[in-house]
Write a protein that binds this ligand. Structure first.
Ligand code: F6P
Length: 328
C-alpha cells in the first residue's frame, strides 16, 4: 500500500443517480478500514473550487445506503472548465491536505478529472454513476438498474390504463444519447415497439409495425421511446403523426422525466456501489491513478479513464434480436 496517500476526497458530479450515496459510504468506510482520512466534497467541482469539504467517517455515513440522490449534492461547474478554476480547486485540496480524489459521475465528470490530473498530477479514480449506462468499461453504471426497475413499474401501470381504453401510448424514457434504458424496459415491460438512437426504425416501419400489431389482434400498444431517439420527431410529433396516419388509434404520450433518477437504489446498485468504492480506494492506495472502476464479466476491473471517456458503450445486439422476436 502507498504511504503517500493519507486523505482521500470523494465527490458526486453531473446528473445524480441512485447508488451514489452507497458509493460515498463505501469510499468513507474503506478509508476508515485502512486508517486514512476521508473528505466529502459538496456540489462537485463547484464545491471543490470553494473548498466546501466535510470530514466523512465510518459512522457519519450511516443510514445512507438506501437513499436516492446524493448527500454530497451535485452540480455542473463552468468555472472548473477554466485553468483558473482548476488552480483554485487544486489549492483548496492542498490546503485541506487531500492527496487523492474519487469522482462519481459520468463522461463530463471524468473529462474534468482527466484534465485536472494532467495539469496537477493529482491522483484520481472514477466511479461510473449515471442512469443512462452510457460509459465504456462497465456493463452497469450506478443507478441504471434502479432506473430500469422504476421505469418497468411505471410502464406496467400505464399498460393498465392503455388497455382499458384501447389506446396507444408513447412513453419517453431517459437516455440522452443511448437506448439502454429504453431497450431493457421495452423488453421487460413487453412493449410493442422500442425506438432507440442506435437503430433508426424510420416512420414508415413504425406505422407498418403498429398496423401489423393491430391486425394481429392487439387493441392497445406501448411504444417506448428513448429521449435521444433519432426518428426525426419528438414524442408529441410522433403522436400527431400516428393519429393522422392511423385513425384507428387513440394516442397518448407519457414523458417520464426526472422521476427516473430518483428513489431508493436497488439491491444490485447498492452492492455494486459498495464493490466499486472499495476498489477505487484500494486502487489509489496501491498507487494507481487515472482509472475508472467498472463491472466487467461480474468482476470489478479498472479501465483507463481516457478510454472510459473516449470509448462508446454498445447496445446489446442479442437483446435487440430478442426484442424483435418478442414484438412479433
Ligand atoms: O445523464 C443522465 C440524464 O438523466 C439523461 O438521461 C438526461 O438527458 C439528462 O441527465 C438530464 O439532465 P438534467 O437533469 O440536467 O436536465
Amino acid at each position: 500500500m502507498s504511504k503517500t496517500i493519507k486523505k482521500i476526497a470523494v465527490m458526486t458530479s453531473g446528473g445524480d443517480a441512485p447508488g451514489m450515496n452507497a458509493a460515498i459510504r463505501s469510499v468513507a468506510r474503506t478509508c476508515a478500514y485502512y486508517n486514512i482520512e476521508c473528505a466529502g466534497i459538496y456540489r462537485g467541482y463547484e464545491g471543490m473550487i470553494e473548498g466546501d469539504f466535510k470530514e466523512l467517517t465510518a459512522r457519519n455515513v450511516k443510514g445512507i445506503i438506501n437513499k436516492g440522490g446524493t448527500i454530497l449534492k451535485s452540480a455542473r461547474s463552468k468555472e472548473f472548465q477554466t485553468k483558473e478554476g482548476r488552480q483554485k480547486a487544486y489549492d483548496a485540496l492542498k490546503a485541506a491536505n487531500i492527496d487523492a480524489l474519487v469522482v462519481i459521475g459520468g463522461d463530463g465528470t471524468f473529462t474534468g478529472a482527466l484534465i485536472f490530473n494532467q495539469e496537477f498530477n493529482f491522483p484520481v479514480m472514477g466511479i461510473p454513476g449515471t442512469i443512462d449506462n452510457d460509459i465504456f468499461g462497465t456493463s452497469h453504471t450506478l443507478g441504471y438498474d434502479t432506473a430500469l426497475n422504476t421505469v418497468v413499474e411505471v410502464i406496467d401501470k400505464i399498460r393498465d390504463t392503455a388497455s382499458s381504453h384501447n389506446r396507444l401510448f408513447f412513453v419517453e424514457v431517459m437516455g440522452r444519447d443511448v437506448g439502454h434504458i429504453a431497450l431493457n424496459v421495452g423488453v421487460g415491460a413487453g412493449a410493442e415497439e422500442i425506438l432507440i438512437p442506435e437503430e433508426d426504425l424510420g416512420l414508415d416501419r413504425l406505422l407498418e409495425s403498429l398496423r401489423r400489431s393491430k391486425l394481429s389482434g392487439k387493441s392497445s400498444s406501448i411504444v417506448v421511446v428513448a429521449e435521444g431517439d433519432k426518428i426525426g420527431k419528438n414524442v408529441f410529433e410522433l403522436k400527431d403523426y400516428v393519429e393522422e396516419n392511423m385513425t384507428e388509434y387513440e394516442v397518448r404520450v407519457s414523458v417520464l422525466g426526472h422521476m427516473q433518477r430518483g428513489g431508493s437504489p436497488s439491491c444490485f446498485d447498492r452492492v455494486l456501489a459498495s464493490r466499486m468504492g472499495v476498489k477505487a480506494v484500494e486502487s489509489l492506495l496501491e498507487g494507481n491513478s487515472n482509472y475508472m472502476v467498472g463491472l466487467l464479466s461480474d468482476k470489478i476491473q479498472l479501465t483507463p479513464l481516457e478510454q472510459a471517456v473516449k470509448g462508446k458503450s454498445k447496445i446489446n445486439q442479442e437483446l435487440l434480436r430478442v426484442s424483435d422476436i418478442m414484438t412479433t
